[in-house]
Design a protein around this ligand. Structure first.
Ligand SMILES: NC(=O)c1ccc[n+]([C@@H]2O[C@H](COP(=O)([O-])OP(=O)(O)OC[C@H]3O[C@@H](n4cnc5c(N)ncnc54)[C@H](O)[C@@H]3O)[C@@H](O)[C@H]2O)c1
Length: 333
């Protein structure tokens, strides 16, 4: 088989999307790491992965792959990413870069120490509508950016599937990353509120106001309040206000919406089940960064750390009743 030897770490919901997307760009995955034996064997058979391992240590003992997608839960990102970087393996780390600022900073330190590529998996920067909006902004079509507003509603299912993950780190990281990208400047100040509902341990709603270094203001709203199994992406909206106009990406009208039981709206944009979409574009960029055909990072590693810093400040501000939290501006902020 030709092409680089790729490993996918974690064969869960998104790891399988990576497998399908690599396949769709003609770079089938040769190695799969998954501790759960039944999942490992089922997914390897489905995607024709030749070599399977129960741990990253086993994978590395058998020989380092040429690249890896890290698709394990956030709290495991640090151990997996640092082990791969230390072995010289370029990594695409799914969003968020890590579950805490401490872990994210450790990943950045490992990438700097080893000088090995680490790409934060902020997929929306690879999504055609968001790229088009970003291009329009950078071309000055709405003048100077004044404000960014975004809405991301998800079904209650998310609170059930991820009972301990705060929405700031689970989903709002997408909006923080887009706000930083569209504003063209890091966040310096955060104020947030979060609400829970009976039976949920973590919040089901988080609202935040961000101020960027260039005085752009961003307003982010995430909720997990839609009926169970409502398809994702059926409410996503990002608006950008500039001195000369307003522009938006509105995904709340999916191309196909079947309002039956269950309601269905196939994802054709981000990570379609049969591959392609923004995820395939992101993986192509990752491989291009490795072989040198993509000289410029779409998502600089420092932005991955900055997003986690802002998300953690949102959690902290909300816990403190909306107190303003300042984001330290370091070279890696
Ligand atoms: N970019 C996006 O839009 C998007 C969407 C969904 C998930 N994600 C991210 O993808 C990652 C995985 O999420 P998911 O929904 O697939 O989770 P999941 O729970 O469905 O799957 C995670 C898998 O990783 C395995 N795993 C756990 N620890 C491991 C380890 N040390 N080594 C190897 N495998 C390990 C688990 O057994 C499980 O099968 C998370 O970081 C998540 O935030 C990103």
């Amino acid at each position: 088989m030709s092409g680089p030897s790729i490993a996918v770490i974690g064969a869960g919901a998104f790891g399988t999307r990576h497998l399908a997307a690599y396949q769709s760009i003609g770079t089938p995955v040769r190695n799969l790491v998954e501790p759960d034996a039944a999942t490992r064997e089922r997914v390897a058979a489905e995607y024709g992965v030749a070599r399977t391992y129960a741990s990253v240590a086993d994978l590395l003992a058998a020989g380092a792959p040429q690249a890896a997608s890290v698709c394990v839960p956030g709290p495991a990102h640090r151990a997996v990413a640092v082990a791969l970087l230390d072995a010289g393996v370029p990594v695409l780390v799914e969003k968020p870069l890590a579950a805490t600022v401490t872990d994210a900073a450790a990943i950045v330190a490992a990438a700097e120490r080893t000088r090995v590529l680490c790409q934060p998996g902020h997929i929306l920067r690879h999504s055609p509508p968001h790229r088009a909006l970003h291009d329009a902004i950078r071309a000055g079509r709405v003048g100077d950016v004044l404000a960014v507003s975004s809405r991301r509603d998800r079904p209650r299912t998310l609170s059930r599937l991820f009972p301990r993950e705060h929405p700031a780190l689970l989903t709002a990281v997408h909006d923080i990353d887009l706000a930083v990208w569209y504003a063209g400047a890091p966040v310096v100040e955060v104020r947030a509120a979060a609400r829970t509902r009976p039976g949920s341990v973590t919040p089901v709603l988080v609202w935040a106001e961000l101020r960027h270094a260039n005085d752009v203001v961003s307003s982010l709203r995430n909720s997990y309040l839609l009926p169970e199994h409502t398809p994702n992406h059926t409410s996503d909206l990002v608006e950008v206000y500039g001195t000369d106009g307003v522009a938006h990406v509105d995904l709340s009208h999916p191309t196909l919406l079947v309002r039956g039981e269950p309601t269905e709206a196939p994802d054709w944009l981000l990570s379609p089940v049969d591959g392609g979409g923004a995820l395939a574009a992101e993986l192509r960029h990752f491989l291009g960064r490795i072989d040198g055909t993509q000289p410029t990072a779409v998502v600089p590693l420092a932005d991955g750390l900055h997003v986690v810093r802002v998300a953690e400040a949102m959690v902290d501000s909300a816990t403190a009743g909306g107190a303003v939290r300042r984001i330290p501006q370091t070279p890696h902020s």
